[in-house]
Write a protein that binds this ligand. Sequence first.
Ligand code: BGC
Length: 730
Amino acid sequence: MHKFISGIMKKMSLREKLGQLSLPSGGSMKTGAVKSVELGELIRKGEIGGFFNVKGVENIKALQKVAVEESRLGIPLLAGADIIHGYETIFPIPLAMSCSWNPEAVRLMARISAEESSANGIGWTYSPMVDICQDARWGRVAEGSGEDPYLGSVLAEAYVEGYQGGDLKDCSSIMSCLKHFALYGAGESGRDYMPVDMSHQRMRNEYLEPYKAAVKAGVGSVMSSFNTINGVPATACSWLLTDLLRDEWGFDGFVVTDYNAIDEMSNHGYAPMKEAAAQALKAGTDMDMVSEGYLNTLEESLREGSVTDKQIDDACRRILEAKYRLGLFDNPYKYCNQERSVKETFTPEKRKVARDIAAETFVLLKNSDSLLPLRKKGKIALIGPMADAVNNMCGMWSMTCRPERHRSLLAAFRDATKGKAEILHSKGSNIYYDATMEKYAAGIRPLQRGDNDTLLREALYVASQSDVIVAALGECADMTGESASRTNLDIPDAQKDLLRELVKTGKPVILVLFTGRPLTLCWEDENVPAILNVWYAGSEAGDAIADVIFGNKSPCGKLTTSFPRSVGQLPLHYNHMNTGRPDNDNSHFHRYASNWIDESNEPLYPFGFGLSYTHFTYDDVKLSSGILKKGGKIEVSVKVTNSGNSDGTEVVQLYLRDIFASLIRPVKELKGFRRVTLKKGESEDIVFEITEDDLKFYNCDESYVYEPGVFELMVGPNSRDVKGVRFTAE
Ligand code: BGC
């Protein structure tokens, strides 16, 4: 590879090298200021290395053809896209995927996404996003795997392996782009693009592990994040992009900026364009997404001596290497096979997988008196703006899908109950009372609005005709994702009032909740008998929800973010540190303890929480030894029994606490989990292994150490309801 690329680079002019470092957008989706849009001319001149946001195998092939046949050196282009949770067969949003606690499901989702994307011209996806987030106000919490670095790492690896397959040269493998490096999810106040100020040891212990896991799994590219880190934009941070990423972690792919990030350094107050581009290059950023700062300023910076030939060559080489690794020099059209596009996209087999996986991501938050599953009989009222909103089932980053081919919840309910029950329907409410608020919320997926009073009246009439009410409510899809931060995490006003009125009818109400983030649900938890959180479950959402509501499948998802009781608790995460005055009794306020006058410290639903149609009981935790010898291991076992009335799947979770350490440690940290499917009445001994590695953390010197002493192991169905046992590490 080295020789081949050196051969090409010898022939390249400086301008052509800078061209490789430039990544314009070719599509209508714009998340920031856009520069050139006429791709053909740039390609002919050899002034781009790739493009993104172009849909359709024929369109992409046409652009590749210009590169190969009409540019001087015929260097193929990278065609990128945000294939975050599927191409046309859309899977649940990443936050939902994480609630399956099923790395195999994530790997399969990424594999199918790669198969479909690669059949449609795309060889590079801007996924996975592994940003840890402890603040549900941030809209992009929907795009990640939640608040835990251990689970985040396991899933990061699964994403990368799924996209990239065994061999990148294979025509169904695409290059994964890890993002957003780094700490994007830790921005101040949950508002998007905000600064991050954080100690290095905290970064390492709480935020960086998932990125590292993806690098270890061989991710081919990394996207730098929009935020600043301790005052320096990530895109210009050489500690991050060179010392840590390349020198310490051994990353050997290329780094691309996020959308227009070089240009944005001037708004940050860091540097104007020319200087920003030079700083980014020197820090280790290889490719410039959209800003054209590299293309238009690096020649001058080179003349002035603020960047070197070597820095430009290194960046250019890394991008050419990526193309080489993908096999694009051998076959630039490897992703442009019209026949594959028709045969391999949105097939019944892939859709079946998406439907099954979707059902695994739903989290049953409440189920009084076993109201769910519903029997298929009598009259069921399906009410709410999400009941028949096919364009809102997929969530953000689903531009490549075709919602007109998906089935709404209403259609799926009617199908599932055909000949057995009658489904009555009413929209019930707008998303918000206020049309402007709704416009902001609905983004690119508007819903037809109706008169607020008339909608409610119709809904109450329909409810009065029914035996049971299913309320399909929540956030509409564009209320989460990029630039979708909120300060109020209630179900939007019109829908919450609708729910109140439905509950007042005295009929049993099941809330089917659509959301891309944790919401504040105290009233709902007190007043609504059953709550099933279904996130945005993708192209097969309707059928997958019907599968669970009517009991063909039992819910088994568990939360990967704490659900707060109120916004004032944020940021909120289970793996927090203790104060010197912890409050161990949350029943009321204690002055001079660390608590609030007006709110408990506890989340409403803790990390790891989720119910099932059956019930699991846990015996006491047993250890193979109370002492962990140096270099040795301890086995932790617990017997789990399905003591309910149906078969089901449980996620057994293992947590650890280091009682005393040179740097204070979290009250609990996830160290392992097992998904186990048990028949009614069946038991299984679940065994975990603990070694020194599990006890390690980054200390004040940023060394990865473990310190002998006493530790507590805790096992349970969620992070709150655990049984603990202590051991000593020598
Ligand atoms: C987002 C990235 C995305 C990129 C390209 C940006 O606005 O932050 O996550 O990959 O646009 O679409």
